[in-house]
Design a protein around this ligand. Structure first.
Ligand SMILES: Nc1nc2c(ncn2[C@@H]2O[C@H](COP(=O)(O)OP(=O)(O)OP(=O)(O)O)[C@@H](O)[C@H]2O)c(=O)[nH]1
Length: 217
């Protein structure tokens, strides 16, 4: 939604169980809205919407500063350790319609652990859910957020080397989403520095899309 000096960017997080969705949502929002913890099973059961504070100085329009707010929808892991795939898909479908039905979704973030190779085309993959829920233009509204990116550094790779060596499945996926990706590091940079970097990339993608949104009925 945009008027002369206020803009809301709507994001939704998708990904496998324990990929780091809630913690990525917290980083983006600068909050602890989403419950994030280590577990040998799925933690998140329901979709929930979090809102950031109002940022200034991220964007200007016609000489005017635009106040930016980010809304993030956190979703249960897919596949989930307790809920059926059908149940999760239905839950996320309803949440997308409820929160972004009118205003629309700017970007879906596929949260993927950088230290877990993406292989094959399993039926259960979160990419399949994104395709089903976002429809045939899904690739124009999807970016990958690689969590655990510090593992890449620890293994002595840099981002480019990592992507060059990546699985065929990941390379094909990156091609279809026009190489929209973001690396999220746990260590090193301070949280606010990380958040700024991630937000800047997200805004870049949204601008490249001319602020277009996907709406849901
Ligand atoms: N080292 C490291 N740990 C991370 C990173 N992102 C998340 N984690 C940890 O991974 C665990 C799971 O993170 P969550 O954010 O709860 O993951 P989730 O995808 O929301 O999990 P579910 O709701 O169970 O699907 C937590 O212990 C996080 O602290 C990261 O980039 N690096």
């Amino acid at each position: 939604m945009m008027n002369s000096n206020k803009m809301t960017i709507n994001l939704a997080l998708f990904g496998m169980t324990q990929s780091g969705k809630s913690s990525a949502g917290n980083i983006i929002l600068g909050s602890t809205d989403f419950h994030s913890s280590f577990a040998p099973c799925s933690v998140t059961r329901d979709c929930s919407l979090g809102r950031s504070c109002h940022f200034r100085s991220f964007m200007r329009r016609g000489g005017q500063e635009v106040t930016l707010q980010v809304q993030v929808l956190d979703t249960p892991g897919y596949p989930h350790s307790r809920l059926s795939k059908k149940h999760v898909r239905q839950e996320v479908r309803e949440a997308l319609a409820h929160h972004f039905g009118q205003e629309g979704l700017h970007l879906a973030l596929l949260v993927q652990r950088a230290d877990v190779p993406l292989c094959g085309q399993e039926e259960s993959s979160p990419v399949q859910m994104i395709q089903e829920l976002l429809g045939h233009t899904w690739m124009n509204y999807t970016a990958i957020l690689f969590t655990h990116a510090e593992k890449i550094e620890e293994a002595g790779f840099n981002e480019d080397e990592y992507l060059r060596e990546a699985s065929e499945t990941l390379l094909k996926l990156l091609n279809s989403i026009q190489h929209r990706y973001i690396f999220q590091y746990k260590k090193g940079n301070s949280l606010s520095e990380q958040r700024l970097k991630i937000l800047e990339r997200i805004i870049e993608f949204v601008k490249e899309n001319c602020y277009q949104v996907l709406t849901f009925k």
